[in-house]
Design a protein around this ligand. Structure first.
Ligand code: CP
Length: 305
C-alpha cells in the first residue's frame, strides 16, 4: 500500500507516468468513467478548502466512485477531542482511500502510519501540498511541453506557502531548472529549503525583492497569496499582504510565452485585469487538478484501465 505525503514519494519516472495518465484521462474521460465503481474516497478536511476538496470529490465521481467526509474540524469528532490517529483507523473501515488536510505539519504522516488505506496529504500546515504540486507539474508540462530547462519565478509568501515548498522540492529533480525567489525579507523561503534542497543539490537560485527585476527572465511565474492564517499578528499581515500585485503593466515586461500560475485562492496579488491575458493559466491549472487527482487515485488504488 502506498501513500502520498511528500512530492518526493514518487520518483521522477513514476511522476512522468502519473502525468501521462492524467493527460490520457483529459483526452479520453469516458475510458475511465467506471474505473472506481464501488470504491469510496473519504475527504477529511480540518482546514478550509475549495479546490483541493472539491477536485478530489469531482475526481472520484468522474471515476464512477463515491465520496464521504467532512469539510471542517468543527463538523467532525475532532471538536470533541478525537485524535487524527483514531479518526483514520475508523475511516479505514469506511472508505478505500483518504485525502486529509490538517493545520498541523506532519498530520498526514501520522494518519498514514495508522491507516489501512492509502492516505493522501491534501496540505499539512505550512509544510507541504503534494497534490497541488502534481497539479502545477501537469500544468507546466502540458502547456510548456517540458519540466526541464526552465526558469521559474516564485513570488509572494515563500515562508508559509506550502505549495511553494512542495514545488521547489519536485522541480529541483529536473535538469537545468533555475529558481528566482521573489519575496520581501520577512517572507523568504525557510532555511531548510534554501540549504537542504537548493544548495545541497547545487540548484541555481537567486533571491530578489522586486518582481520587476525578475519577470523578464521567467518561463513561468508562480504567484502566491500571503498566508494570513499562518501569521502570528494581524499587523504584519496587513503590512505585507499587498507587497506584490501583478497587473497588466508589470506583465508587459514578461516574455510572450511566460505562464502565470497561482495555486489559488487569489486575494489581491493578481489584478483581475490580468485574467484575460493568454499567459494567465491559473483557472486552467485548477482544471488540471481534477485530471491529476484522478490519476493519483487510480495509481494509489492500483487500478489499471
Ligand atoms: N490550491 C488550494 O489548495 O486551494 P484550496 O485551499 O481551495 O483547496
Amino acid at each position: 500500500m502506498r501513500h502520498l505525503i511528500s512530492p518526493l514519494d514518487f520518483s521522477v519516472e513514476e511522476l512522468d507516468k502519473l502525468l501521462d495518465l492524467a493527460n490520457d484521462i483529459e483526452n479520453n474521460p469516458d475510458k475511465y468513467a467506471d474505473a472506481c465503481k464501488r470504491k469510496k474516497l473519504a475527504t477529511c478536511f480540518y482546514e478550509p478548502s475549495t479546490r483541493t476538496r472539491l477536485s478530489f470529490e469531482a475526481a472520484m465521481l468522474n471515476l464512477g466512485g463515491s465520496v464521504l467526509g467532512f469539510a471542517g474540524a468543527d463538523s467532525s469528532s475532532a471538536a470533541k477531542g478525537e485524535s487524527v490517529s483514531d479518526t483514520i483507523r475508523v475511516i479505514s473501515s469506511y472508505a478505500d482511500i483518504c485525502a486529509i488536510r490538517h493545520p498541523k505539519e506532519g498530520a498526514a504522516l501520522v494518519a498514514a502510519s495508522k491507516s489501512d488505506i492509502p492516505v493522501i496529504n491534501a496540505g499539512d500546515g505550512g509544510h507541504q501540498h503534494p497534490t497541488q504540486t502534481l497539479t502545477d507539474l501537469l500544468t507546466i508540462r502540458s502547456l510548456k511541453g517540458r519540466l526541464d530547462n526552465l526558469t521559474i519565478g516564485l513570488c509572494g509568501d515563500l515562508k508559509f506557502g506550502r505549495t511553494v515548498h512542495s514545488l521547489i522540492h519536485a522541480l529541483a529533480r529536473y535538469e537545468n531548472v533555475k529558481f528566482i525567489l521573489i519575496s520581501p525579507e520577512e517572507l523568504r523561503v525557510p532555511e531548510y529549503i534554501r540549504e537542504d534542497v537548493l544548495k545541497a543539490n547545487d540548484i541555481e537560485f537567486q533571491e530578489v525583492e522586486r518582481l520587476e527585476d525578475a519577470i523578464g527572465e521567467l518561463d513561468a511565474l508562480y504567484m502566491t497569496r500571503v498566508q494570513r492564517e499562518r501569521f502570528f499578528n494581524e499587523e504584519d499581515y496587513i503590512r505585507l499582504k499587498d507587497f506584490y500585485v501583478l497587473n497588466k503593466e508589470k506583465l508587459s515586461q514578461a516574455k510572450e510565452d511566460m505562464l502565470v500560475l497561482h495555486p489559488l485562492p487569489r486575494v489581491n496579488e493578481i489584478a483581475v485585469e490580468v485574467d484575460d491575458d493568454p499567459r494567465a493559466v491559473y483557472f486552467k491549472q485548477a482544471q488540471y487538478g481534477v485530471y491529476v487527482r484522478m490519476a493519483l487515485i487510480l495509481t494509489l488504488l492500483g487500478i489499471e484501465v
